[in-house]
Design a protein around this ligand. Structure first.
Ligand code: SAM
Length: 471
């Protein structure tokens, strides 16, 4: 029986409820009155439930689809402004005991060169990332209790935070590791992580079990209930995602929103982020072998419908996607992107891309400087801000800021300050020129005179060598 407040995976992600939602969405895909009603509700900016959102996703009316995309663009501007937060993944270890059919790290892949960073190597990777200008990382590891126990992950986090190279610093470490215990989540919370990210891969239990035939990840309930344990362990910010291509996108979309509804119902705060990965070619993985692949059109619509259904949730797109795809979907609600990523273990410390330990092919291979310039040329503010969680604005406190639309007085100046640091410390001459012009324009959009004058003061101090100002 469907129950968003339940702590049982199969009750808060209820298969029958998803099937009935998909049927309802299909029956109403051309029901203009209902679609108008849902769009009117969306405009109240309080979000949509999985049923309403699924009708919009199924909608076939051209005019209404245009409205959906326009509304998504508007929401993005209203809630997140024109900031795009930048981060990079850091692969710690590709040892893995699971058997995931879509991932080259699976235990049976004997061609994969297995690597695990030593603390000295972590340090070298972090210095390379700091030298590009990164301030925020997402650490990634396979699941292997012997090679990558929680103690190893904690030691790496400690090392990462401790490295201060030139003006560099990693100020927020998000963590993408396998589902674990409340006790281990508590240890991660105590280590000062930002968001705990775990992709569900697929919400369909039967497909899930087929796709994860062996290893601890086979357990659907344990995986699906991981965010509950993370919250019980004191992690305020959790990040959801499915790997699009494994199951029908309509099923996954309804599942994702039900998961968000569950977190809201149970803990009073929805997911901090939702990621949108699509399956990619990798060592012994052919994405064409998966029959549920989606094209850019549907991908964009999923992103737009998510934006208007969960207006306060950050949305992430990685370098799995090409420049042109990222350019398209950024407008419909993406708030964070990765840049200059290497998906191999130890990949940042080498000039050439190493393919023998890579998790998947990276489509967008531009440098961070190129990505920063590209964003600014589209009038976005690349942001390296990590202020919220360092100021204790996590979980519902961050959502509050978002709901009160305080972003222009807080996140906006923080974005400008961290961009300024990037321009002074790491940018090419060309990027710096574009950036200075953007900051001069954007500073006039700060609403409070006090915040504006403080920002001007901080910007000057950054020129003179001070760092890490924040609101
Ligand atoms: N091992 C951790 C776990 O079990 O959740 C997560 C780390 S893994 C490095 C991060 C994510 O990469 C996975 O959750 C999966 O969705 C994604 N991934 C795996 N294989 C992929 C592929 N071939 N293409 C794109 N993404 C992939």
């Amino acid at each position: 029986m469907y129950n968003p407040k339940s702590d049982k995976a199969e009750e808060f992600i209820c298969h029958e409820e998803i099937l009935s939602t998909l049927k309802y969405a299909n029956q109403n895909k051309n029901n203009i009155e209902l679609i108008d009603e849902i769009l009117a509700k969306a405009k109240l900016r309080k979000g949509l439930n999985h049923r309403e959102a699924s009708v919009l996703l199924a909608c076939e009316l051209k005019e209404k689809n245009t409205e959906i995309f326009q509304l998504a663009e508007q929401f993005k501007k209203d809630f997140y402004g024109n900031r795009i937060v930048l981060f990079a993944p850091l692969y710690l270890s590709n040892y893995c005991v699971n058997g995931c059919r879509y991932c080259p790290y699976h235990a049976k892949n004997k061609t994969m060169l297995r690597k695990k960073l030593t603390q000295e190597e972590v340090k070298r990777e972090v210095i390379a990332l700091q030298d590009m200008g990164h301030k925020r990382l997402a650490i990634e590891a396979g699941e292997d209790p012997v090679n990558n126990p929680i103690e190893y992950i904690l030691e790496c986090i400690n090392t990462i935070y401790s490295i201060k190279h030139k003006n560099g610093a990693i100020r927020r470490v998000n963590v993408n590791i396998a589902a674990t215990t409340v006790e281990n989540y508590r240890k991660l919370a105590d280590a000062g992580i930002g968001t705990y990210i775990l992709f569900q891969e697929t919400y369909n239990k039967q497909s899930y079990e087929y796709l994860h035939p062996t290893g601890p990840k086979h357990n659907y309930a344990y995986h699906t209930e991981a965010m509950d344990r993370a919250m019980q362990g004191g992690i305020d910010d959790v990040g959801l995602g499915v790997l699009f291509g494994l199951e029908s996108y309509q099923y996954e979309f309804a599942g994702l929103l039900m998961h968000a509804e569950h977190l809201e119902a149970r803990y009073g705060v929805g997911p901090h982020t939702i990621s949108f990965p699509r399956i990619k070619r990798a060592a012994d993985i052919d994405p064409n072998a998966f029959l549920n692949g989606i094209d850019d059109e549907i991908f964009s619509k999923i992103i737009a419908c998510t934006r208007i259904s969960t207006p306060y949730t950050g949305m992430i797109i990685s370098t799995r996607e090409s420049e042109s795809c990222r350019q398209r979907v950024i407008h419909y609600g993406i708030s964070q992107i990765s840049g200059a990523s290497r998906t191999s273990v130890g990949g940042y410390d080498h000039d050439d891309r190493e393919h023998d330990s890579e998790q998947f092919d990276v489509s967008d291979q531009r440098t961070l400087d190129e990505i920063v310039r590209w964003l600014m040329q589209m009038d976005y503010i690349p942001s390296f801000c990590t202020a919220c969680y360092r100021e204790g604005r996590t979980g519902d406190r961050f959502m509050d800021l978002c709901k009160k639309m305080q972003i222009l007085n807080c996140c906006h100046p923080n974005a400008l300050l961290t961009l300024k640091e990037f321009l002074v410390d790491y940018a090419s001459d060309e990027t710096r020129k574009v950036g200075q012009a953007l900051i001069s324009r954007e500073i006039n959009r700060i609403k409070s005179d006090k915040v504006k004058s403080l920002t001007e003061d901080y910007l000057q101090k950054i020129e003179q060598g001070s760092r890490d100002f924040r609101f």
